[in-house]
Design a protein around this ligand. Sequence first.
Ligand code: UT7
Length: 425
Amino acid sequence: MAANDGRLNGNRAQPPDRSERPHATHAWQPRHTRYAHLTGWGIRLPERIVTNAELEAVVETTDDWIRTRTGIQERRIANDRETVTLMGFEAARAALNRANVLPSAIDLIIVATSTPEDIYPSSASKIQDLLGATQAGAFDLSAACSGFVYGLNMAAQAIRSGSINTALVIGSEVNSRVLDWTDRSTCVLFGDGAGAVLLEGSDQAGGFMDAVLGSDGSGAELLGIPTIGTTNLPEGRQMHKLHMDGREVFRFAVHIITESVRQVLDKAGLSLADVDLIVPHQANQRILSAAARNLNVSEALFYSNVHRYGNTSAASIPIALYEAEREGRLKPNDNVIVVGFGGGLTWAAAALQWQSVQERAPKGLAYRLSQGRRELQYITAFWRARALKTYRRLEAALRGSPAKHANLRESAPAKGKEESARDKR
Ligand code: UT7
């Protein structure tokens, strides 16, 4: 491509004199810094509870081994209808209700997942359609169990820059579909579920403070799910099935929680004494106990619900945030650290101020009215999607090919003629 085709300064021979160029009044300027507040949260869990005792009939294991080595007592397992998209959608609806925000106000939807129905279309796009979030951009984010905190950071930074105002960050997983149910070292550990948070911009200080993100791809083989692009499947691995070197990941997890919590506190200008709750990725109670020991804090500072749900990958932190709030462990203006770690290897920690803006959700008539408007948008979204599909089918049937007059063969010989004329000359 030509560096300067003359259109910019009207003179191809002379490069533009930048010193004399008048200041562009429309030049991009950094906008006034905004704050990203967490204003809504919601979860959706499969109804089916599977206890450790039930797993004794599936693989050679015991309730005692699972409890003492992991702290897990039961997990939720999705049925065929409970997908990443549908659970993510339900969790998002709950978050919008909590924040009293309409789907049409959402600018961005990020879904952290490793178990989507499709590589693309993204689960985020499907959730955007189900919600009727017609103004939103949407994408899935792949960072394994750290994905939710990565997504939170991406969304918060977009809000803080003034680029967007409202974002949904969802973690949703159906791990049960990628488990090898004959491998006792992994199948007893994981569960399914979804959690979502809504972030909104405000001039009021607070909300998302800071984050650290990390990756160490040299540990890629320790934890993963080989998929469609895999050409050389190592022995003992199966396509679309999760594999993990538990001991190595355990060591990495304890170290990286300790390190990344310290780093994010440092970045946010906080000390451990300022922290009201640490909400970590829920993988194993022993990991959390060891990290608490390393940080020299009480284990009670680490929120845990791993006994109820096992490891729900990218969904575990938003589910834990929701439950911590419901149990009264998170109160307005509390300082919270969220910390995720997992496949990649990846890790991410963020410092947040919980619910740092005044609740806007008036209960009573006004709330019921806006709740009605939300329901109306979901119904409209359903019919809108159907109408658009029908329109596309009709348009395709009536118009046929969108480029029926374009004929590559016509232009090819023409070029050929030109070339042969040139050759003759
Ligand atoms: O979200 C991604 C992050 N994932 C994690 O953070 C997981 C990290 N890793 C862990 O949580 C633990 O390493 C595990 C829970 C996976 C395993 O615990 P461990 O204490 O590290 O056990 P191990 O792998 O050292 O295995 C000890 C024994 C082995 O038997 P031998 O070789 O000592 O005879 C295993 O075969 O326990 C055996 N074992 C089991 N026994 C009964 C492994 N799985 C089971 C099982 N039931 N389900």
